[in-house]
Design a binder for this molecule. Structure first.
Ligand code: CA
Length: 210
């Protein structure tokens, strides 16, 4: 009986992936990325070509993926241009949206409840024009986004382990090799107190390359 329990425990602790299947880790949408008591409890992609599918919620501050990235392994991140989510009425994808600098605008407006509406408009990230004053205010507010040097709503990755904490923009980081074991987290770049008007979700695929 004890031997059977040990086997079950081992199987649960180290999920084995079939080549055509991706792991779906248990995402915690409420937990702070740093508030994980034991990284070793999280599953890993143990072999090359193993993959995980992670659904990222626009309203979550961290999207704690439940997936542990391993030191010195290399991972590929895949996101789709036509996979969209919304910042209030602005529809965009993982690249986020920008404030118009010359009065031009394209895409981005969604008249009703946003989930996957007007796909395609957001391929390069919408350019939003709210008029001279509105744009100036948006630019100013943008400097208070959680990652001020990235676009509004750009998907930001956070990899946080013991003595290790790094953030990056997924659109500029198609592959990644962590310097320490850490959980992968991600969020839509926004003002900390402005997540309440976000909606929708996008999907991230993580594949181990080496
Ligand atoms: Ca928002």
């Amino acid at each position: 009986m004890t031997r059977y329990l040990l086997l079950v425990t081992l199987l649960m602790a180290t999920p084995v992936l079939a080549a055509e299947n991706c792991l779906k880790p248990k995402i915690d949408y409420q937990r702070d990325c740093a508030a994980i008591s034991n990284l070793n409890n999280l599953p890993v992609l143990s072999a090359v070509d193993d993959c995980a599918i992670i659904t990222l919620d626009a309203r979550s501050h961290w999207n704690a993926s439940g997936l542990r990235l391993e030191k010195n392994a290399t991972y590929e991140f895949q996101l789709a241009d036509d996979d969209t989510w919304c910042d209030a009425s602005i529809v965009t994808n993982y690249k986020g949206w920008q404030v118009s600098k010359n009065g031009q605008a394209h895409g981005g407006s969604c008249p009703a409840e946003c989930s996957k509406c007007r796909q395609g408009e957001a391929v390069n990230g919408p350019l939003v024009n709210k008029g001279k004053l509105g744009n100036a205010l948006l630019e100013l507010a943008g400097s208070f986004c959680r990652k001020p040097d990235s676009h509004y709503f750009a998907l930001i990755g956070v990899v946080r382990g013991e003595m290790y904490d790094t953030r990056f923009e997924f659109s500029k980081q198609p592959t990644f090799s962590p310097k320490a074991d850490a959980e992968l987290c991600a969020y839509a770049n926004d003002l900390s107190f402005m997540y309440g008007n976000n909606s929708g979700s996008i999907t991230l695929k993580v594949t181990r390359l080496k």
